[in-house]
Design a protein around this ligand. Structure first.
Ligand code: NAD
Ligand code: MN
Length: 360
């Protein structure tokens, strides 16, 4: 079997954690008998500095002809306020790829790790079984508003981003959520602010309609503010939580608290529901480019490494590696080989070595 990966390091700690992910991907490919072709290119700030665009057409073309894209992270103060002509997708390299590759289904799992419970603000009994999948819609909502900008209203500057979701966008996303809930513990919460916003009223109506097709999944609608509160008060009770682009972004960083560090969280952005077989996807740590620790070699590589497990599962159709990687990570955490965000002194490369040694 042949597989093509496009590898985009991006900015800040991105290239460091990407390197860890690629080492693990290469190792797993050898074990699986996969001939892995890796193409490297630039994204976002790194691309801007060379090409004056956050994502070149060549990168988009490479992504389209790959089975998966593995990303480090993007962004940094140097580029955060650059505005270029074009829509929301033109302002950010990752968003450009998500938009054009239609990777609408954002999986952001977070779980408690026994060896890191003491790094969380929780009592052991509150969060020791936490294992949540935040599902974030990746291609619409306020973040991709087509009506956006700044204007003068009554002599004052007003900034605006119009939130809009059509019923097809919500329905395809909700189906993805229910299908994934079936493969997990069969529970799904949809969060919205339908008490106060029109776009969320439609959201709730469509998700509730889709829920009818999945009577085997325990389904509940929740207002997003309450959902944030309940997630922290009783994390063990949640399984899959679905939300729009913006709410999913915020809730996924929130649930990183269960894992003990934002650097522990993997993610997948899938172009289709994965229950019918392998789908194209983009894989990256949920966190950002961490400019505060970039270039020191101390970034936690686990989020990217676990993203590689998701890549083998969802884009290569090889689910067996995900649990093996989780077990290897668990073993390394217990052994105390930890990057500074986890309370240790190991470098990212040392932690990656230790994980590789524990993969069967
Ligand atoms: P961030 O996620 O980069 O960092 C938040 C905190 O978590 C920092 O203290 C950082 O040191 C820590 N952290 C993150 N990843 C870590 C890792 N692997 N190991 C150890 N510690 C880690 O968020 P920010 O500082 O708000 O944003 C920085 C830049 O990243 C911004 O330009 C933002 O736009 C961008 N961003 C990119 C992505 C992405 O690439 N998917 C996601 C979020 C933010
Ligand atoms: Mn985010």
């Amino acid at each position: 079997m042949k597989k093509r990966i496009l590898a985009l390091g991006g900015d800040g700690i991105g290239p460091e954690i990407l390197e860890s992910g690629l080492r693990v991907a290469t190792h797993l490919a050898q074990r699986a008998g996969i001939e892995l072709h890796i193409t490297h290119d630039l994204l976002h700030g790194a691309s801007w500095d060379v090409h004056n665009t956050f994502c070149t057409e060549e990168v988009l073309h490479q992504a389209k002809t790959s089975d998966a894209v593995l990303v480090g992270a993007v962004g940094g103060p140097k580029w955060d306020n650059i505005r270029v002509p074009g829509g929301a997708e033109c302002q950010d390299g990752l968003m450009y790829l998500r938009h054009h590759l239609k990777t609408y289904l954002g999986l952001r799992p977070s779980r408690a790790w026994r060896a890191l419970l003491h790094r969380t603000p929780f009592r052991k009994d509150v969060a020791e079984k936490a294992d949540v999948l935040i599902l974030r819609e990746m291609c619409g909502g306020a973040m991709f508003a087509t009506e956006r900008g700044q204007r003068q209203v009554n002599g004052l500057r007003q900034g605006f981003d119009m939130t809009a979701y059509d019923e097809a966008e919500v329905a395809r996303f909700a189906h993805g959520g229910f299908q994934l809930a079936r493969q997990r513990r069969g529970r799904l919460v949809s969060c919205d602010k339908s008490n106060v916003m029109e776009s969320y009223k439609l959201w709730r109506e469509i998700v509730s309609d889709v829920a009818q097709a999945y009577p085997d999944v325990a389904f509940e609608n929740m207002f997003a503010d309450n959902c944030a509160y309940q997630l922290i008060m009783r994390p063990n009770d949640f399984d899959v939580v679905i939300g729009c682009n913006q709410l999913g972004d915020i809730l996924s960083d929130l649930t990183a608290v269960f894992a003990g560090s934002l650097g522990m969280l993997p993610s997948a952005c899938l172009s289709d529901n994965p229950n019918q077989g392998p789908v194209f996807g983009m894989y990256e740590s949920t966190a950002g480019s961490a400019p505060d620790i970039a270039g020191q070699g101390i970034a936690n590589p686990v989020g990217t490494i676990l993203s590689v497990g998701m890549m083998f599962n969802y884009s290569f159709g090889l689910p067996e590696f995900e649990p093996q990687l989780e077990a290897a990570v668990s073993g390394v955490l217990a052994s105390g080989i930890l990057t500074p965000d986890l309370g240790g002194t190991a470098t990212g490369a040392e932690m990656t070595d230790a994980i590789l040694e524990r993969i069967p």
